[in-house]
Design a protein around this ligand. Structure first.
Ligand SMILES: Cc1ncc(COP(=O)(O)O)c(C=O)c1O
Length: 458
């Protein structure tokens, strides 16, 4: 018979959860089931997903930000098909493939104060490269990172993680120290020890959607450079248009020494990451011919990923998606700020462009507090999980909690988001807030179940 993908998909439809429980991570199916997010997804296009019952959902999780240009974008698909149809000589390794070179050129064009690009397969690999390059170029071992930081989960990037649940038991880690986001005195103090290679920072943080105070990045760059240390901006999530500028740090007028990108660069189809840096740093790392492979990975220059990357950058330009992110983000934020005036549970709305966090906090009224507090006491973040579940179950919108143990709902829509999608979300969100503020719907019964399950699991 040979390999028949459509036949295989049809014959084994619906078996995903059992296969995962048996062969992959068994907790995944359990978690999805316990929060009611277990669906069989059969189709996707742009910002929408369809389940096996033919129901359409608005995907504002966007594959943790991978689908910046939307799902199955025809331009990216065509580019990848063209690569396959062209029978190109891929990954000869003893070669200088054109598409990778073109992608390097396209990235540097967007960051003209930087000169060179290292290509890899994921965000965490881009961060690993940045950390290694910074350590090698400065000859120093310690890296600073910010509170709440998330830079990936391989050994190096995990060492600059702001959340202990990701690092506990995986040590010893790379020499690294956390500095509070926005605290320039703490930065100065650490730099004073003379062993710091770099500060790595997300201009808008993925976990909790925290922003550095205005001016922090520019001043941090100045202080770092005065001490011979480097600034690494991790743009894996907030970069490539998401914040309404091409890079998140463009809001701060800063020129970092190293920049990491991934996610949106894949066009949602072919995994890719990139580390963009100065000539000075790259010239040190790759200083002579014997060091040509001193940092590399087998798939780094593959044609499929390079073509997807070039296509994704072209879509961002052609469809004006950076400006769209700014415009739709402003509409969304305005609608959410209005909601924050009306609903006692909302304590903050923050973010940039289409990277938005809605923080929930202790309501002022006693009646609401009596409902909110037991959930937060059981586990911080459960209230937000209840909102995520209600948006999903009753309004077919996929979102996420912004981090474990925080009551922040995170919105990460595709950059192609339309005015109708914004309205879909806002009216759904108001309806969920009405339900939790009153007692009109069984949402609190669901919450009770969620709390019991969470307590059982912990
Ligand atoms: C800012 C940031 N850096 C790095 C990473 C790691 O990327 P990946 O999951 O592709 O390894 C992520 C992933 O969410 C991220 O948000």
């Amino acid at each position: 018979m040979g390999f028949d993908l459509p036949g295989l998909l049809a014959a084994r439809a619906g078996e995903g959860p059992e296969l995962w429980a048996r062969y992959l991570n068994p907790q995944t199916a359990k978690v999805l089931h316990s929060v009611g997010l277990d669906r069989q997804w059969v189709r996707a296009e742009g910002p929408y997903l369809w389940d096996d019952q033919g129901r359409r959902y608005l995907d504002w999780l966007a594959g943790f930000g991978v689908f910046g240009v939307g799902r199955n974008h025809p331009v990216v698909r065509q580019a990848v098909k063209d690569v396959l149809d062209a029978d190109l000589a891929d990954m000869v390794k003893m070669d200088t493939p054109l598409l990778a070179g073109l992608l390097g050129e396209a990235l540097v064009r967007r960051a003209p104060y930087l000169d060179r690009v290292y290509l890899c397969n994921s965000g965490t690999e881009a961060v690993e490269a940045a950390l290694k390059f910074a350590r090698y170029a400065t000859g120093r071992g310690r890296v600073l990172f910010c509170s709440h930081a998330y830079h990936g989960l391989t050994a190096g990037s995990m060492s600059v993680n702001g959340a202990k649940e990701f690092t506990d038991g995986f040590g010893p880690l790379l020499p690294s120290t956390m500095v509070p986001l926005g605290d320039l005195d703490a930065l100065r103090r650490e730099l004073g020890r003379g062993d710091v290679a770099a500060l790595i920072v997300e201009p808008v943080q993925g976990k909790g959607v925290h922003l550095a105070p205005p001016g922090y990045l520019a001043q941090a760059a100045e202080i770092l450079h005065a001490q011979g240390a480097l600034l690494i901006c991790d743009e894996v999530q907030c970069g490539l248009g998401r914040t309404g500028r091409f890079f998140g740090f463009d809001h701060d007028g800063v020129e970092p020494d190293l920049v990491t990108v991934a996610k949106t660069l894949s066009g949602g189809i072919a995994p890719i990451g990139a580390t963009i840096g100065t000539e000075k740093i790259f010239a040190k790392v790759y200083s002579n011919m014997t060091r040509v492979l001193v940092h590399d990975t087998t798939y780094s220059h593959n044609n499929t990923a390079a073509a997807a990357g070039l296509a994704a950058l072209s879509v961002l330009d052609e469809e004006g998606l950076v400006a769209n992110a700014e415009r739709r983000g402003a509409e969304l934020t305005a609608g959410l700020r209005e909601a924050a005036e009306r609903y006692d549970f909302i304590s903050d709305v923050r973010g940039r462009g289409l990277m938005i966090g809605i923080e929930f906090g202790k309501p002022r009224t006693l009646r609401q507090r009596a409902r909110y507090s037991p959930m937060t006491l059981a586990r911080k973040g459960l209230f937000t999980q209840m909102i995520v579940c209600d948006l999903f179950e009753h309004h077919r919108i996929l979102t996420q909690t912004a981090s474990d143990h925080a009551d922040v709902l995170k919105l990460l829509p595709p950059l192609t988001t339309t005015g109708e999608d914004v309205e879909w979300f806002l009216s759904a969100f108001r309806s969920v807030m009405d339900a939790v503020s009153g007692s009109s719907r069984p949402v609190w019964h669901f919450a009770k179940g969620l709390t019991t399950r969470a307590l059982g699991a912990s």
